[in-house]
Design a binder for this molecule. Structure first.
Ligand code: SAM
Length: 274
């Protein structure tokens, strides 16, 4: 039950390091400032929502929260599908290195905040039906960026799950860069939902370690397990990166779905090589 011994995980990691130069042409910096590519975000956003709603259709979304939402492509796409929905977008202030929102809707409220600020709480009039987060840290140093990305993921999950309605839905981008940590996070996340799926686009950022978790039917049983992982990562103790603490059933449940994600990445790298 060692996630890093999984064949497909091993193959994708091997290909990644072997062809690193070929696949790492992903520069999000322009004139010293981080930028977002609206065309790519729209493409992956459409594909992501298609996959999410194909797995299970949802009749209605009244209120949703989008964390790390700017420039707002995913929010726009969701409001296109659910025209009655009211959205709340939260993202890093521009003066702190964030990007501007490019969304103009009377049914969309914007909060420019750093979610890592202590004590930050989402302000919503009632519990939300749907929460999504796609945080990416804007740090050049690779080691710090990886830690910050995990803290952003765990912080945004905390903000969403505290405000999610029973039977609600979740989309969050995750990473398999640290595989043991991922399995430990997934074990907890899975326990909060009646069903889940893992999805990676083969068309946009297929060679990256990122993918999406889809949660269906929130059980309203959010507890402090993810915060324990967050404290562990934040204090650099990294106990949850050493090994997977869950049981065999959960291990196989996660591995079965994660293998599809690894195959997508492997095929994306092979496509570039051919
Ligand atoms: C990949 S972009 C999200 C794109 C967005 N989902 C869309 O569809 O347009 C990542 C976002 O995370 C935001 N971000 C990074 N660190 C943050 C923080 N500490 N607090 C809030 N937002 C943050 C960035 O400013 C950026 O807008």
């Amino acid at each position: 039950m060692n996630p890093s011994k999984n064949n497909l995980f091993y193959i994708q990691r091997d290909l990644h390091s072997k062809y690193f130069k070929l696949i790492s042409n992903f520069d999000r910096v322009e004139q010293g400032k981080f930028i977002e590519d609206n065309q790519e975000l729209t493409k992956i956003g459409n594909e992501m929502f298609d996959s999410f709603f194909q797995y299970k259709s949802i009749p209605k979304i009244s209120l949703f929260v989008d964390i790390c939402a700017a420039p707002g492509n995913y929010s726009k796409l969701l409001q296109k599908r659910f025209t009655e929905s009211y959205g709340v977008g939260i993202s890093l202030p521009v003066e702190k290195g964030g990007v501007k929102f490019e969304i103009d809707s009377k049914k969309y409220k914007i909060f420019m905040v750093d979610i890592l600020e202590k004590e930050y709480k989402i302000q919503v009039p009632k519990k939300i039906d749907f929460g999504m987060a796609s945080c990416v840290s804007y740090v050049h140093d690779k080691k710090n960026a990886a830690k910050l990305n995990i803290l952003l993921i765990l912080t945004s999950l905390n903000l969403i799950l505290k405000n999610l309605k029973k039977d609600g839905y979740l989309i969050i981008n995750l990473t398999f860069k640290n595989i043991n940590l991922l399995y430990n996070i997934l074990e907890v996340l899975i326990s909060y939902f009646s069903d889940f799926n893992l999805w990676k686009s083969g068309k946009v950022w297929g060679t990256k370690n990122s993918f999406y978790f889809f949660g269906y039917g929130f059980k309203d049983n959010y507890d402090d397990k993810l915060n324990k992982i967050r404290e562990d990562v934040n204090s650099d103790k990294n106990k949850f990166s050493e090994k997977f603490y869950g049981n065999k059933d959960i291990y196989f449940k996660i591995t079965k779905k994660l293998n599809k994600v690894f195959i997508t990445k492997i095929n994306s790298i092979l496509d570039i090589l051919s």
